[in-house]
Ligand binder design. Sequence first.
Ligand SMILES: CC(C)(COP(=O)(O)OP(=O)(O)OC[C@H]1O[C@@H](n2cnc3c(N)ncnc32)[C@H](O)[C@@H]1OP(=O)(O)O)[C@@H](O)C(=O)NCCC(=O)NCCSC(=O)Cc1ccccc1
Length: 131
Amino acid sequence: MDREQPHGLTKLLGIELVEAEEGYVVLTGTATPDVYNMLGIAHGGFAATLLDSACGLAATSALPDASHCVTLEVKVAYHAAITEDAGELRAIGNVLSLTRRTAYAEAKLVDANGKLYGSATSTLYIAPQRT
Ligand SMILES: CC(C)(COP(=O)(O)OP(=O)(O)OC[C@H]1O[C@@H](n2cnc3c(N)ncnc32)[C@H](O)[C@@H]1OP(=O)(O)O)[C@@H](O)C(=O)NCCC(=O)NCCSC(=O)Cc1ccccc1
């Protein structure tokens, strides 16, 4: 599971992997003012990063160890503005289908009460060997 731990941007944003099963992960993250835009709400890239990562890690968790995947395209929907008041958010990623070369995944971003802030669907390319 080491390869599924946050790196780089996700680490910078304080995103953590808290649950992982085959084809399923949960990431957490909190929108501090550091990620706000000029409107005083979280920049869309914050939710997009959580959702893209949840899709990507859900797909990764369903692959053999030697394989990895990259996002080919991701569609993000923003259902409610995010501020620090939302508290810790959970990005729940699920793989919906896998072929030899592609994965299709979805993710939802919710607060502790289950309020939906964002959702995404993603198509990923599966590479047979890690690069
Ligand atoms: C690898 C590839 C997609 C393609 O390799 P290239 O060398 O350019 O081309 P090559 O000819 O070798 O093609 C190989 C195979 O690919 C296929 N194919 C190509 N395009 C498409 C298409 N649009 N749609 C469908 N299939 C397509 C093509 O037909 C061929 O199929 P074949 O094998 O013959 O059956 C490359 O363009 C790339 O890296 N893109 C950037 C991706 C990226 O950076 N994403 C963001 C980072 S991920 C992230 O942050 C989230 C995350 C977090 C955690 C964990 C996981 C995820």
